[in-house]
Design a binder for this molecule. Sequence first.
Ligand code: OAD
Length: 269
Amino acid sequence: MAAGDNDSAVVVDAICERLRASRRLLFITGAGISADSGLPTYRGIGGLYEEQETDDGLPIEVALSGEMFSEEPRITWKYIAQIERACRDASFNDAHRVIREMERDFDVCVLTQNVDGFHQHAGSSRVIAMHGDLHTLWCIRCGAIEQVPDYADLAMPPRCIRCNAIVRPRVVLFNEALPRHEVLAWHEAWNQGFDMVFTVGTSSLFPYIAEPVMAAAGQGIATVEINPGTTQVSSLVQHRLRGGAAHWLRRLWDAYHAGAGQAPRSRDA
Ligand code: OAD
């Protein structure tokens, strides 16, 4: 047994005990959950925003901003297409799979910042994609919406199938507001309440991502962070598992099943 495994086993047991008394779970996820699929994160070593400037001499936050899309959509599309290219060669991983499997025993809600669609592809039924999805194209001139499996057959920049205007992906660009539908869905989900809140693979830099964890911790709701690094919420959570999302979620789920007979759990908790 490696150093630290004993401590981790205690944390895993404590989380499983809480799971047995829980019904509604919230998973807040970020780029780190897809790192186990080989996608780069936004920040950290090898992260997309670690480079000072893009090929076009612009910070990536400028290239991927709402203003740039209005003025020079070709530039924004170039970098969106690079992100999509990375997603196309990848697929959801065991972390996404475990979250979907948990629906057998729990009411699971996923609040994700990821635009890769992996939670949806893994089969999670309740996903609030706060930053949108790359695979939905939207014409801001005529309102047409098109779902695409990938961008392989798209001319760049892609045009509307109905009115031929340049379309945009339905994702939140820098300096843009969050999508109203997702915000409303999130408020509704939060108001229904959760028994446990997991934050997985996110640096929690955005207030709407950190605040639910802070609120849960303040209300005595069990909080768990899975992340190899330290984040804005690390000091607030009740349980921390340091490491990759796929490894820890599978280990937790296996431990939960292995000890399933240990204590009766109440679905009416
Ligand atoms: P970040 O890139 O900011 O953070 C990724 C987090 O994942 C870091 O805390 C890493 O330590 C952690 N991590 C790395 N590998 C991991 C692994 N194998 N398992 C678990 N965690 C791992 O990504 P987000 O927090 O998702 O927004 O960033 C949010 C937003 O930043 C993006 O949605 C994007 C960007 O600005 C927009 O484009 C609007």
